[in-house]
Structure formats: C-alpha cells, structure tokens
Ligand binder design. Structure first.
Ligand SMILES: [Ca+2]
Ligand SMILES: [Ca+2]
Length: 187
C-alpha cells in the first residue's frame, strides 16, 4: 500500500449573500467574493502533508457563478493560477454556475498554504462582467499523517469487508489480515 491517499480539501468562506440566485431552491446563496472585471484575487488553500513523489498530478477547482449577462456570448473570461503557475484559461457566459478545473503537476502542491489565484480578464467586449466565487478545492496525494489528532484516509471501494489498520506514531498502513469484527452491543 502506498503511504498516501487521495485527499480533496475545499476552502469556502461565506461572506456574500446573493438573494436572487437563479434557480435558487436548495442552492448555496453564500459566496466568498463578488468581483467585477478587471479583478485579481488570491484564495488560500491549506494542504497538509502532500506526498512527494506521488502519482504525478493534482486537480485544482474554482467554483464560480456569473451574476451578469451581457448581450454577447461569452461574456466572462477567467484565468486560474496555482502557486504562480497559470493552469486554466476559460470563457463562459451568463448567470450560470461554472466550475473551472485544471490538472496540475503534483510538485506544484506544497505543504501548508497554497495560493489559488483568479483573474477576470476584461477583453471580451462585455460592458460589465461580474462573477461570484463560492469555493476553491484541491485534490492531491497526501501522506497518511494525523493532523491535530485526526487521521483522514480513503481506501479502495471494492473491498466489502472493513480493513485492519496498523498504526505507528506517525504513519499508518493497511494490512490484508482478517477483517475487524464489529462488537455486539450488550446491555
Ligand atoms: Ca458558499
Ligand atoms: Ca451573454
């Protein structure tokens, strides 16, 4: 077993409330930022214990939502950079949710604070180009190490029975021994 697992960490701060969110029933009306082009905004993702070397890539996501709809299509232009490297450039249109996602080389992920940067580029002729950002997210290979006494890990979904884990002080590994039996309640 590799001493790491795939971890997805989302950074979300609810600061901007948008009452008139289109198709709003059951939707998250709280967003992190509300910006208008041109804009340039940093978002922090704190990523514990990235594995080095790992399987080779990570995924970076920014959950956006347009709040303007200029006559032209497209009317939003957004670029995403991760720790100083541009990873995505996209145009899109209207008052819709837009997930801007990119695959990046694993070595770009660093332990601790990582910066996901979103630029709005005012080059598509829209009189006004406004967007919200809801959250940013990074999926990456992460060492199995406890953080603040919490240990998070994922196992292969194909196993029907629970696995046994052997823990040392800093690392944990899965053995292929017999399943752990669930104790019966007795009272
Ligand atoms: Ca939110
Ligand atoms: Ca439009």
């Amino acid at each position: 077993m590799d001493p790491w697992f795939r971890s997805t960490i989302r950074s979300e701060v609810n600061l901007q409330y948008w009452q008139l969110l289109p198709n709003g029933a059951g939707k998250d009306h709280w967003f992190w930022t509300k910006t208008i082009a041109p804009s340039s905004t940093d978002y922090i993702a704190t990523l514990p214990d990235p594995a080095v070397p790992s399987s080779g890539s990570a995924q970076v996501r920014a959950s956006l939502h347009g709040y303007t709809d200029a006559p032209q299509n497209p009317d939003h232009h957004t670029r995403v950079s991760f720790n100083g490297t541009q990873v995505s450039d996209a145009t899109w249109n209207g008052m819709v949710p837009f997930l801007q996602e990119a695959t990046v080389a694993a070595p770009l992920v660093i332990g601790g604070q990582n910066i996901l940067h979103v630029d709005q580029i005012p080059d598509i002729g829209a009189a006004v180009d406004g967007i919200y950002l809801d959250w940013v997210e990074v999926s990456y290979d992460r060492y199995v190490i406890a953080v603040a006494d919490d240990l998070c890990l994922a196992t292969a979904p194909r196993r029907k029975s629970p696995s046994r884990f052997a823990a040392s002080r800093r690392r944990i590994s899965r053995s292929s021994m017999s399943p752990i039996r669930r104790p019966r309640a007795a009272w």
